[in-house]
Design a protein around this ligand. Structure first.
Ligand SMILES: *Cc1c(COP(=O)(O)O)cnc(C)c1O
Length: 347
């Protein structure tokens, strides 16, 4: 029998809708979203467009679909997309950019998931008959596999500036944009300003069960709707799930600060355990990535031992482990997590 997981640090995707969120979803007034008649889907789209300072937005089943539709709309087959080498579309979307857009993705060697305007400038290809056309730059805020790194506003503005000089489109994967907002105090609008497309995930730290919202110009969102339809992502009475998103935007944004505080406590505790390599200063939001090479264990081996104590984390190959705090993880649980890791490593 599998051990019951008591402390779930695998991902912030593991959040479950709270009783209040469920009640709000249950009471949602619904209609046909494809006809524009679902009031809650419409509201969620308007709220998101407003928060991100864009003309329009479309509710989609997942963040992956937001990335894929945006890349498809910005690129023609043979075009090149620049993003960090750790970025989600390059590593975790089953080759989607190649399949759907016919685009190639070049991974830039950023620092903890954050690259510079200079790196973009150096990577943009001259227009020749031989080379793919560099078409799009994508920024991941926060940088997930970078360790939840918050892109500084200035770096974003510089990257968007270079993109504009070279007539590249710009896209923000804002799966955890609100974590960046809460960590830095910079409004979402300001982070989003330079981007042609930007999306937020409702099913990560915000705690809704399903969905993401992609925003951009009216024309861009009209075409995104066509792709939503084409891919079979267009739903019917989707207000029942969109309500989870509306509730999350109203009630679960400010509380992300607790997750960040818990991640700092977790990082400070883990950093003191011999064999673990982690700089607590690198932990800026709700993600803690630490290296275990010196413990002599591989990530799967360590994770199995932690699981036996009811603690779940995720592997980052080849020698690192990721722990993510979220709304279903308390301060006492992160303190206990540190104790479990210490116990497992020190016997
Ligand atoms: C989770 C995630 C996605 C994909 O979102 P889904 O809703 O799981 O499809 C994309 N980018 C980043 C950075 C993510 O963390």
């Amino acid at each position: 029998m599998p051990t019951r997981i008591r402390i779930e640090l695998f991902s912030d995707t593991m959040t479950k809708p709270t009783a209040e969120m469920r009640r709000f979803m249950c009471d949602a007034e619904v209609g046909d979203e494809q006809k524009g008649e679902d009031p809650v889907v419409n509201l969620l789209q308007e709220m998101t467009a407003e928060l991100l300072g864009k003309e329009a937005a479309v509710f989609l089943p997942s963040g992956t679909m937001c990335n894929q539709i945006a890349i498809k709309l910005h690129c023609r087959p043979g075009d090149e997309v620049l993003m960090d080498r750790t970025a989600h579309p390059l590593n975790a979307e089953a080759g989607g950019p190649a399949v759907l857009a016919g685009a190639i993705v070049s991974g830039l060697p950023g620092e903890r998931g954050v690259f510079t305007a200079e790196q973009v400038r150096a990577a943009v290809r001259p227009i020749t008959r031989y080379q793919p056309k560099t078409r799009l730059v994508s920024v991941e805020q926060t940088a997930n596999m970078g360790g939840g790194t918050v892109w500084p506003l200035q770096t974003i503005q510089e990257v968007c500036g270079v993109a504009r000089q070279h007539q590249l489109f710009t896209h923000m994967d804002g799966a955890r944009l609100f974590n960046a907002v809460i960590a830095s105090g910079v409004p979402a609008k300001d982070y989003a300003a330079g981007f042609d497309s930007v999306w937020i995930d409702l099913s990560k730290g915000l705690g809704a069960p399903v969905g993401a919202v992609l925003a951009g110009s009216k024309d861009f969102i009209f075409e995104a709707w066509q792709w939503k339809q084409r891919l079979g992502g267009a739903m019917r009475q989707a207000g029942i799930i969109a309500a989870g998103g509306v509730y999350a935007l109203r009630h679960h944004v400010d509380r992300l600060a607790e997750d960040h505080a818990n991640a700092k406590v977790l990082a400070a505790g883990l950093a003191e355990i011999p064999g673990i390599n982690l700089n607590p200063k690198d932990v800026e939001s709700n993600i803690v990535i630490f290296d275990i090479a010196k413990t002599g264990l591989t990530p799967p081996l360590l994770l199995e031992k932690l699981l036996a104590h009811g603690l779940r984390m995720s592997p980052v190959f080849p020698t690192r482990v990721r722990a993510v705090t979220h709304l279903d993880v308390s301060r006492s649980q992160v303190e206990e997590a540190v104790k479990i890791v210490r116990q497992v490593l020190q016997g």
